[in-house]
Design a protein around this ligand. Structure first.
Ligand code: NAD
Length: 288
């Protein structure tokens, strides 16, 4: 897109973390912003914060894993602000555990939000963007979409899937000569509430993992928080990268170089038909 002023950005998971930072960045560029989120209190605070910053904002409660909920949000946002030009399919959750311990509820929750949330967003918005031949789709993937670290099965599954959704969409739109752009955002570690994703886990998808954490788990969570505070990127910096990618039609956005080696290692293993050996990662194993 050449100009963002007076256009509309729709951002899922827009009430906190990276989504909220995108909303602030796009509002600062003169856009109206519609934020969808499942967390009511955070949504109320985010809308108040954006309004106070001078943004034209619509906030709607929405569960992206439920297409009817997402459709209701989209209709309300459209009525409030008009059709979307920038679509950030960003809502996501994280959880960890070895495959042998996972339950169907774990898989359904992770894939429902991270994968089906993106598919639902495209089902709702893509036809309109293509018909108007103007706009940009930002899919929040992850370095987990290019790696296969132990303990991150459902998360990596969802992120590999949305990576190829973004890439395929880019290739199809380019082949059709469309002016609609696509960005695959692949964050490393960003200082957000992602490691506290269980706060938004619906009751019907809760199981043994929802039991009170053990002392060991609490200690690890504390380590993660400390590690993130010291090492993770500021969401506002990621928002700048996304803003620029929309204007410059940049497809790949990696937030930091930290995990590129792991991705290259995987590509080398494939090239040379070596067995996978991604077991020595620094930070991701902290997510237990
Ligand atoms: N923070 C990181 O280090 C990191 C790394 C790689 C990828 N990501 C991805 O970034 C995206 C944004 O996450 P974040 O890091 O800002 O975390 P976050 O927890 O701060 O924000 C995620 C937002 O999504 C919302 N959400 C959760 N489930 C939802 C649902 N069913 N429907 C609608 N909204 C829902 C949450 O309420 C929250 O506001 C996610 O897709 C995540 O997988 C984050």
């Amino acid at each position: 897109m050449k100009n963002l002023k007076n256009k509309v950005a729709v951002i899922t998971g827009g009430a906190s973390g990276m989504g909220l930072a995108f909303a602030h960045r796009f509002a600062a560029a003169g856009m109206s912003v519609a934020i969808a989120d499942i967390e009511e209190a955070a949504l109320t605070t985010a809308v108040a914060e954006l309004t106070a910053a001078g943004a034209e904002v619509f906030g709607g409660l929405c569960d992206v894993s439920d297409i009817d909920s997402f459709r209701r949000f989209a209709a309300d946002a459209d009525a409030a602000l008009g059709p979307a030009q920038v679509l950030c399919l960003n809502a996501g959750v994280a959880g960890s555990g070895d495959m042998v311990d996972l339950t169907m509820a774990d898989w359904n929750w992770l894939l429902g939000v991270n994968l089906w949330g993106v598919i639902h967003g495209l089902d709702i918005y893509l036809n309109g963007l293509v018909a108007r031949n103007e706009g940009h789709v930002v899919v929040t993937a992850s370095v987990a979409g290019h790696t296969s670290f132990p303990g991150l099965g459902p998360c990596s599954t969802s992120k590999h899937a949305v990576s190829t959704i973004a890439e395929t969409l880019h290739n199809e739109l380019s082949a059709a000569g469309s002016d609609v752009g696509v960005t695959s955002l692949c964050p490393g570690f960003v200082a957000t509430g992602i490691f506290n994703s269980g706060r938004n886990r619906p009751e019907h998808l809760t199981d043994s993992l929802a039991e009170l954490p053990s002392d060991e788990q609490l200690e690890r969570q504390q380590m993660v928080q400390e590690w993130m505070a010291a090492n993770a990127k500021d969401p506002a910096e990621v928002a700048d990268l996304v803003h620029d990618a929309v204007l410059e039609q940049t497809f790949w956005v990696f937030t930091d170089p930290d995990h590129i080696e792991s991705i290259e290692q995987r590509h080398e293993e494939i090239r040379h038909r070596r067995n996978p050996a991604q077991d020595q990662n620094i930070g991701l194993s902290l997510m237990d």
